[in-house]
Design a protein around this ligand. Structure first.
Ligand code: B12
Length: 161
């Protein structure tokens, strides 16, 4: 296979689901990636070590157990504190309520994820992202602005006494 980019693939520490990782590894390989799949319940230190050693073009995080939002924050904060910078895409089912998706996407983009892929069209949008990254570099990607629902906007601007 002609390797076009290097990718580290992981999930968050709490998540033991496997087939999402297998699916994404195959999808990434179809797009020309060499994939280092770190497996389920990935310790954040293992992700940091893989980034230091592999120097990947892209980190892909997949979580479906509903705790991914928390785990993603822990992971990216750890990478930042370790001085590691890499384009980073995340997706799956990151909380237990689809109604959280817009807020979660907004907060993870704010934290520094390159893009956040949730919902029924996640794979289609992710493939567009991969094509763009191959042509122009993953760090050059500008994610669509996150939608803020009126109720979340209200919560963000409400004064707390
Ligand atoms: C099999 C399974 C298990 C197995 C996992 C075995 C294994 N080794 O993998 C077992 C029994 C262990 C399990 C346990 C649990 N599970 Co479970 N599990 C499932 C199940 C039935 C199938 C998951 C699967 O393999 N899908 C196949 C893969 C290919 O698809 P996928 O995971 O959906 O991923 C797709 C998308 O999400 C997306 N995607 C995923 N990641 C990413 C990343 C990016 C970047 C992109 C672009 C896209 C993307 O692309 C994939 C392909 O379309 C789902 C229900 C379902 N039908 O989906 C529940 C489900 C994921 N489990 C669930 C839950 C709650 C749990 C438990 C917490 C249950 C419990 N109370 O113990 C535990 C958590 C364990 C843990 N520590 O993580 C919930 C999660 C709910 C949520 N997020 O809102 C689900 C959705 C069931 C449900 N409807 O409630 N589970």
């Amino acid at each position: 296979m002609n390797v076009r980019f290097r990718c580290v693939l992981c999930t968050v520490e709490s998540d033991s689901h496997l087939w999402n990782l297998v699916y994404l590894q195959k999808l990434l390989e179809e797009h020309g990636a060499s994939v280092h799949n770190l497996g389920t319940c990935t310790p954040v230190e293992n992700v940091a070590t893989a980034i230091r050693e592999d120097r990947p073009d892209l980190l892909v995080v997949s979580s479906v157990n509903g705790h991914g939002f928390h785990g993603a924050q822990v992971l990216l904060t750890h990478l930042k504190e370790s001085g590691l910078e890499v384009a980073c895409a995340i997706g799956g089912k990151l909380t237990t309520a689809v109604s959280d998706d817009d807020r979660v996407r907004s907060e993870l983009l704010e934290l520094g994820f390159t893009d956040v892929f949730l919902g029924d069209d996640a794979i289609d949008r992710f493939q567009d992202f991969l094509k763009f990254g191959l042509a122009q570099g993953f760090s050059a990607w500008r994610a669509d602005p996150a939608l803020i629902t009126p109720w979340d906007q209200d919560a963000a601007t409400r004064e707390v006494f």
